[in-house]
Design a protein around this ligand. Structure first.
Ligand code: TEU
Ligand code: CA
Length: 555
């Protein structure tokens, strides 16, 4: 395998609106990010992915871009962006931007021109169609609810949106659109970014011509996801993008790829794949299906199977990007640790398990201090379009307000979007002003200031993990070493090997409150990571792990 600069690096996701507010308007911004670069460097971060900061009406918090060449004034301006790039570079850190090109905002000038003249040049930048015999071109339901078709006022025409109606899909079949996108990407690389996280990319290829599918709900519609099964040929677009742009800049690219077919894995992230990496969403998808009230609670066994299956499926084909949460998911500690078992120890156990999987570890802002879901009490405390839609789906299905709010506290992506808890000062040290969204009331207990100098804190443990990962004595094995499950059938034990050329490391985590004794495959060597004060190994190479104890042993 050809070694690439990004292999063995540690990445961190910033969701700017809630990261750090520098000017006291209650909204995080670029200057706030610059102010935290030393903090991130000290933690051990190499690559920083910043969720969208482009000009945007923020209907979907920046994933609705109205100008790809400018910065949302709420977040700063282009000069500040350039300074951020320069300051990151000074610290040997890499900035990765978010590439949102399945759709733009309905306030983008392309779309305004398309609406003004749907049959003209810009009309072809989008999917615009008329009803036939009183019927829309297809019965697909958008990700955020309602039909994918929305009328263009003053005409008999409709436009297609896979997400919100203020996010019209760009027509990738039109070479002009692709040319515009590459031009813009090029412009950003020339400014000094290291790569892109590529948003919702699987959706750029539609199943055409549009057709109806069997409805999956009483509304007569079917999730737009259904068409992905039949959409063929996305690879041609992605190869073009790679050859035109990514190769030229030796970029680090990570695809937000769901639903790829097994046979496509190598094409996506193999040695010469479309992208450097793709997120492993298998744990995120665990237990999910249909509406929120139809989801199943994730058990440690389900979690283990999800990550192990992904690891085995990918093996050495390429590098997954491993996460326990992001801005679209609730906090990982609340999702993968059974309710009632949440503690600093269990948070560290989960961290150990995911961080040392083969791939690129991503940390989402606040994860390193063990931030938890937010106890929202009513729907008005939330701003997220997806949460509002899912809440409505629950209410329409007869769930009470209380039941629906309970589901929201479990599944809403707003859980990960509350301000980062820097200290126990007002507004958790995030801002001097009341933040745009509530601060999690647990900020007095969970905050960075409290954890920074406490060697037993979740934060200190993350720092330790990163240092271990980068320790030259283990870095090769932790980066390239083979993943192999150990005692996979043992309940509530999550254990695996990382096997390098001349080194074997064993990651062991006891995912329950009761102690658990495990026979080691061979005599234990050094214990190189431990989330408890001691470790109990007997003469017969049996290790007894305390509740939620996690260790890494050199064999
Ligand atoms: O997400 C795409 C996506 O398919 C989902 O994760 C989606 O967020 C979920 O189904 C809704 O709850 C990306 C971004 O990460 C997300 O924040 C944006 O809302 C979406 O694209 C549209 O740009
Ligand atoms: Ca601000």
């Amino acid at each position: 395998m050809t070694k690439k600069w990004w292999m063995g690096k540690v990445a961190y996701q910033i969701w700017p609106k809630s990261f750090a507010d520098s000017n006291g308007d209650g909204i995080g911004d670029l200057e706030g990010i610059i102010g935290k670069l030393d903090y991130l460097k000290d933690l051990g971060i190499d690559i920083i992915w910043i969720s969208p900061v482009y000009k945007s009406p923020l209907v979907d918090q920046g994933y609705d871009i109205s100008d790809y060449y400018d910065i949302n004034p709420l977040f700063g301006d282009m000069d500040t962006m350039d300074r951020l790039l320069a300051e990151a570079k000074k610290r040997d850190m890499y900035i990765v931007m978010d590439l949102v090109v399945n759709h733009c905002s309905d306030e983008h000038e392309w779309f305004k021109k398309a609406c003004a003249d749907p049959d003209g040049e810009y009309g072809k930048y989008f999917y615009i169609a008329e009803k036939k015999d009183g019927k829309l071109p297809c019965n697909w339901r958008s990700y955020f609810g309602g039909s994918v078709w929305e009328p263009i006022p003053g005409t008999n025409k409709y436009y297609f949106h896979a997400f919100h109606k203020k996010q019209p899909d760009l027509n990738w079949e039109n070479p002009k659109v692709r040319e515009e996108v590459y031009k813009m990407m090029n412009w950003w690389f020339e400014r000094g970014i290291a790569g892109f996280r590529i948003d919702a990319i699987i959706n750029i290829k539609k199943k055409l011509p549009f057709c109806d599918y069997e409805p999956d709900r009483d509304d007569g519609m079917v999730s737009v996801v259904r068409m992905l099964e039949d959409a063929e040929g996305i690879g041609e677009f992605l190869e073009e993008m790679k050859h035109e742009i990514f190769d030229k800049y030796d970029a680090f690219t990570v695809g937000e790829v769901f639903n790829e077919k097994d046979s496509e894995l190598r094409e996506f992230i193999g040695e010469n794949g479309h992208f450097s990496s793709k997120f492993d969403f298998a744990p995120e998808m665990c237990g999910k299906g249909g509406a929120w009230y139809e989801h199943e609670t994730v058990t440690p066994e389900m979690y283990k199977n999800a990550i192990f299956d992904s690891q085995l499926r990918v093996a050495d084909i390429g590098f997954l990007s491993n996460i326990i949460e992001n801005h679209d998911e609730p906090r990982g500690v609340c999702r993968y640790i059974p309710e009632g078992d949440l503690s600093d120890t269990s948070k560290k156990a989960l961290a150990t398990v995911y961080f040392f999987l083969r791939g690129i570890p991503f940390i989402y802002q606040g994860q390193e201090i063990g931030m938890e879901n937010c106890p929202f009490e009513n729907i008005d405390q939330l701003d997220d379009i997806s949460s509002k839609d899912e809440y409505k789906v629950c209410r329409d299905a007869g769930y009470s307000e209380e039941e629906s709010m309970k589901l929201l506290r479990i599944y809403s992506r707003e859980n990960a979007r509350t301000p980062v808890q820097w200290s126990d000062e007002e507004n958790a040290g995030f801002s001097t002003h009341e933040p745009w969204i509530m601060v999690n009331p647990n900020y007095k207990e969970i905050n960075l200031a409290k954890q920074k100098d406490d060697s037993n804190s979740v934060y200190a443990f993350y720092k330790k993990m990163i240092a271990l990962y980068k320790n030259p004595a283990y870095h090769e094995t932790l980066t390239f070493g083979r993943f192999e499950p150990y005692q996979r059938e043992t309940k509530n034990l999550i254990a695996y090997f990382r096997k390098g050329e001349n080194q074997t490391l064993l990651v062991l985590a006891n995912f329950q409150n009761e102690p658990q004794t495990v026979v080691l495959p061979e005599e234990a060597g050094n214990v190189i990571l431990n989330n408890c004060a001691s470790v109990d190994v007997d003469d017969d190479s049996r290790i007894t792990l305390a509740g939620y104890q996690a260790v890494i042993i050199e064999l």
